[in-house]
Design a protein around this ligand. Structure first.
Ligand code: FE2
Ligand code: FE2
Length: 287
């Protein structure tokens, strides 16, 4: 049996430290479970697409976690896939390279508890970048060689309610790249898809595949992407073995469910990066 902790959307920053205390509490709680691995499924930063310092700070912050860590980028780290939420925050080669130069990779594949855990860079899907084709080819090789059950991790969910959703939206993978990805997954023993990005927790089956949304460790959003989802902060503990998978949501004592609208002054600031600076204590990950 292997235990994997999935932490998502911590939104760390050396200049905007709203969620630093939550991060410290989550790291302590995750370490106490002594998992075999921790997956951090994106949005480690607030303004990573524009800032070397943010990406470096996030990488340093991961040192609070004792188990092996596999970090995947989100839209707040390397930019959105097009059309995205803002024209000037789309993923491009320099933003991707900033992440790679600090974290080493934007994807992973590892064996855990008789399963294969595969992590993808969701922000590449539909980007048209050459790195998207590289990732597709890599994924095909990984899927083709695994007879073990597969857990897939990525920042954005494949869809909100249904695989055939036609709307183009920044909340999930867009229809065309989603269809291509589902096509790739169809003949592989993929059992579980775990994503972040939506800052709420949900666990549903769709077409025989289990889709789990990991909550953020930082904040909840005013209106969850699914009214049936739980608006909580916390993380996931996932047990994988020959008998299947068990998913538990861990709500850490003392964690503050920051309200995004409240932090942004109920419309006074459009984005978190626009907020006045409020560095975390001592402004270092070790504080
Ligand atoms: Fe996020
Ligand atoms: Fe995100």
């Amino acid at each position: 049996m292997a235990r994997i902790v999935v932490i998502s959307d911590p939104h760390l920053s050396p200049t905007h430290g709203f969620f630093w205390n939550n991060w410290r509490l989550v790291c302590e709680a995750a370490n106490s479970l002594a998992p075999d691995a921790v997956i951090v499924s994106g949005d480690l930063c607030i303004n990573g697409p524009e800032s070397d310092a943010e990406v470096a700070f996030a990488a340093e912050a991961l040192r609070h976690l004792e188990p092996p860590v596999y970090a995947l980028p989100g839209n707040h780290d390397v930019g959105d896939e097009p059309p995205g939420q803002e024209d000037d925050q789309l993923i491009d080669a320099p933003r991707l390279q900033r992440w790679i130069s600090v974290f080493g990779s934007d994807r992973f594949a590892v064996e855990l508890g008789g399963w294969r855990a595969i992590g993808l860079n969701a922000q590449l899907l539909g980007s048209g970048l050459p790195q998207e084709r590289d990732q597709d080819a890599w994924l095909d090789r990984e899927l083709g060689r695994s007879s073990q059950p597969i857990m897939l991790s990525l920042h954005k969910p494949l869809f909100l309610q249904s695989p055939d959703e036609a709307e183009t939206t920044a909340t999930s993978i867009n229809p065309a790249p989603r269809a291509r990805l589902l096509d790739r997954l169809r003949d592989a023993p993929v059992r579980l898809v775990v994503s972040g990005h939506l800052h709420c927790q949900r666990d549903v089956m769709r077409d025989g595949l289990r889709h789990v949304w990991a909550p953020s460790t930082a904040f909840i959003v005013p209106v969850p992407a699914d009214p049936a989802a739980a608006s909580i902060v916390g993380f996931l503990s996932i047990e994988l073995d020959d008998n299947g998978v068990r998913v538990e949501t861990i709500e850490v004592p003392g964690l503050v469910a920051h309200d995004l609208a409240d932090i942004k002054g109920h419309g006074r600031y459009k984005y978190l990066r626009d907020m006045p600076a409020c560095p975390p204590p001592a402004c270092t990950p070790s504080a």
